[in-house]
Design a protein around this ligand. Structure first.
Ligand SMILES: Cc1cc2nc3c(=O)[nH]c(=O)nc-3n(C[C@H](O)[C@H](O)[C@H](O)COP(=O)(O)OP(=O)(O)OC[C@H]3O[C@@H](n4cnc5c(N)ncnc54)[C@H](O)[C@@H]3O)c2cc1C
Length: 390
């Protein structure tokens, strides 16, 4: 029977970052498991948006620290790339959300972030394609932009493997083993038993199945889709990444002449289990993006649809992740439920997780993300109401 100090289940952005940080922090023999190829979960489907605009200090700090690592990848990781491009990030808001947006901007400025509230007549300076019809103001972060989740995972794995990390792909975990309340390892679907001093559940939207019978993971799976439009030759692509809180369309430039478009839909179907979330776009999604795109980016609105994909947000009741010990257990940790906005925080959360597992004080206090918070009656407040803007 193989024995490890730590077994991390799930090699998406969270698991790869955590495993990398564990081997770098000298946590002993570390095993990273994935049921398929590393990075084949929702981390492969991300829109790639980087922003620090959040309601609460914990997510402001995690996203700021994560973006710092992305911006200094060569020094911080030294292998590969995070694919970070600071295109600028814009959050246009209607009149009813101006006060909330301004308060968020001031909170981030208090943490030293370069961000400001733009009036409609200032928006064209950073995004000339944006129609300001119905827009009362916009939060702007020059350092917001895009990064590449697949590159991040590959880089962490390559660096980690060079430092002794062991990775097993196509090794689905069927059970977590216990001695009393203390996790002692995992059982693989092929019957193999792996012993580990500590176990980390980093299985994103699959976490309810991995923790079945141990803890009822408090999140819903919410379908989200990304449409790919190809601009005709000569058409100008958007400059900034824009998440429009007026029309609820989200737009970025991608490779070549492609742009990626998301429409937040109020009638998004909730999914029972993660494997039921189909990857191709659902019928009707093209119609759902055309209206808001015409409203906010008229010059982009008729570009033909050339592709797209769907994934799932693992959305907790307060749209904040679950980070800490699995309630009622020892030596078993969870870092999941990122509710559709984990990407740019994962460089930082891996280090936080490694600190928690090695009994060090993490650089960022994540106690407001404790998995038992809902049972204690605590929910993180949301400036814009329930949703991934958090
Ligand atoms: C369409 C879409 C767009 C998004 N856009 C953004 C964005 O613009 N910005 C942003 O910040 N965030 C965004 N997100 C959110 C971000 O992608 C997620 O927060 C992040 O990828 C979550 O990573 P994860 O490691 O928790 O999950 P995953 O990447 O899903 O990783 C979980 C892993 O666990 C493995 N696994 C599952 N079950 C088992 C098992 N039994 N045994 C072993 N392994 C198992 C899976 O194979 C998978 O590799 C988006 C998400 C989606 C779906």
């Amino acid at each position: 029977m193989a024995t490890y100090d730590v077994c991390v289940i799930g090699s998406g952005l969270v698991g790869a970052s955590t495993a990398n940080a564990l081997v770098r922090q000298g946590a002993g023999r570390v095993l990273l498991l994935d049921r398929g190829n590393a990075g084949s979960g929702d981390s492969a489907l991300t829109f790639g948006m980087v922003r620090r605009h959040y309601t609460n200090p914990v997510l402001i700090q995690l996203s700021m620290a994560g973006t710092e690592i992305l911006a200094n990848w060569d020094d911080e990781v030294g292998v590969g790339s995070g694919g970070y491009v600071p295109t600028g990030y814009l959050l246009p808001v209607p009149e009813r959300l101006v006060a909330a947006c301004q308060a968020n901007v001031e909170r981030q400025q208090g943490y030293g972030l370069d961000t400001r509230l733009l009036r409609p007549n200032e928006i064209a300076d950073v995004e000339p394609l944006l129609s300001t019809e119905g827009v009362a103001a916009a939060a702007y972060e020059p350092g917001g932009g895009v990064c590449d989740g697949r590159l991040m995972i590959d880089s962490w794995l390559l660096d980690g493997l060079g430092r002794g990390l062991e990775l097993r792909q196509h090794a689905p975990v069927s059970a977590i083993t216990f001695n009393g309340d203390r996790a002692t390892g995992v059982q693989l679907a092929n019957g193999e038993h792996i012993e580990a001093g500590q176990v980390v559940v980093a299985t994103g939207g699959w976490s309810p199945e991995v923790l079945a019978g141990i803890w009822a993971v408090p999140f819903n799976l919410v379908r989200i889709q990304v449409a790919v439009l190809r601009l005709p030759p000569g058409h100008v692509a958007p400059a900034a990444v824009t998440s429009d809180a007026v029309s609820n369309v989200v737009v970025r430039a991608a490779a070549g002449r492609d742009i990626w478009v998301v429409a937040y839909q109020s009638d998004t179907p909730v999914i029972g289990v993660r494997d039921d979330c189909q990857r191709p776009l659902l019928d009707g999604y093209e119609a759902a993006i055309r209206g808001p795109l015409t409203e906010r980016f008229p010059s982009l609105a008729t570009a033909p649809l050339v592709g797209g994909w769907g994934g799932a947000y693992d959305a907790t009741p307060d749209w904040h992740p679950l980070v800490g010990r699995v309630p009622g257990t020892e030596a078993l940790w969870i870092c999941a439920g990122w509710s559709g906005h984990g990407l740019k925080s994962t460089p930082a959360i891996g280090r936080v997780m490694a600190s928690l597992l090695t009994a060090e004080t993490p650089a960022i206090d994540v106690s407001d993300l404790a998995p038992d918070r809902f049972a204690r009656g605590f929910e993180n407040p949301l400036a814009y109401g329930p949703g991934a803007r958090a």
